[in-house]
Write a protein that binds this ligand. Structure first.
Ligand code: FMN
Length: 194
């Protein structure tokens, strides 16, 4: 019976190598660790959505924003300026000219801020989004924002991730988990009629 199952066409189909997870790049700008922690959180969620995530700070992406996989940027602002590990990245974005540089860059942005900084609330995430867009980048999910002055940054982030980020990412780029693995059949329930 086992041999039969192994040699059946269905069994051979199941021997096809599983595709590796799709790729996702997570970039953060963080001074005191909040956005870095959110990046770690997203990384562990990625796997269960069929994505293999790479995490790095924004400065490591200067002149190398990937164009072959979606990018998600999580960042704070300080007195309206970028974090220490996003300063080169932000200066580089501002130096870009023309409307083609980020053709092929698919991105989404989440900002952490504090509304006590009234004039510069969410300045850096907002500017990163508009600079990427104005130079040809494509936004695949609406920007999220958390305000440290009210509520909890982590639950605001989770709400954005669950209701905006993942649904947009999965509908734009697909998911191995949902496309590749058929749901297991319903167990048969046999009822005894007496
Ligand atoms: N948030 C803003 O939205 N705009 C600001 O201009 C701003 N300036 C800040 C300046 C200081 C000195 C501090 C302590 C916070 C400021 N914030 C501002 C709030 C931080 O961006 C927010 O707390 C964020 O969650 C910090 O993220 P991080 O831990 O990843 O660095």
């Amino acid at each position: 019976d086992e041999t039969k199952a192994r040699d059946s066409p269905e069994a051979l189909e199941n021997k096809e190598p599983k595709q590796a997870g799709r790729k996702l790049t997570i970039l953060y700008g963080s001074n005191t660790g909040t956005c870095q922690a959110l990046a770690q959180r997203l990384t562990s969620d990625a796997r269960q959505h069929g994505y293999e995530a790479t995490v790095a700070d924004l400065d490591s992406a200067v002149d190398r924003l990937p164009k072959d996989q979606p990018v998600v940027i999580l960042t704070a602002s300080y007195e309206g300026e970028p974090t220490d590990n996003a300063a080169y990245f932000f200066a580089w974005l501002q130096s870009v000219t023309g409307d083609k540089k980020f053709d092929g860059v698919d991105f989404a942005v989440f900002g952490c801020g504090h509304s006590d900084w009234t004039a510069t609330y969410q300045r850096i995430p907002t500017l990163i989004e508009s600079l990427l867009e104005s130079h040809g980048g494509t936004k695949y999910a609406d920007r999220g924002c958390a305000n440290a002055a009210q509520g909890d940054i982590f639950s605001d982030f989770d709400a954005w991730a669950d209701h905006t980020f993942w649904p947009s990412l999965l509908s734009t780029f697909g998911s191995i988990v949902s496309n590749g693995d058929a749901a297991p059949p319903e167990p048969k329930v046999e009822m005894e009629i007496s």
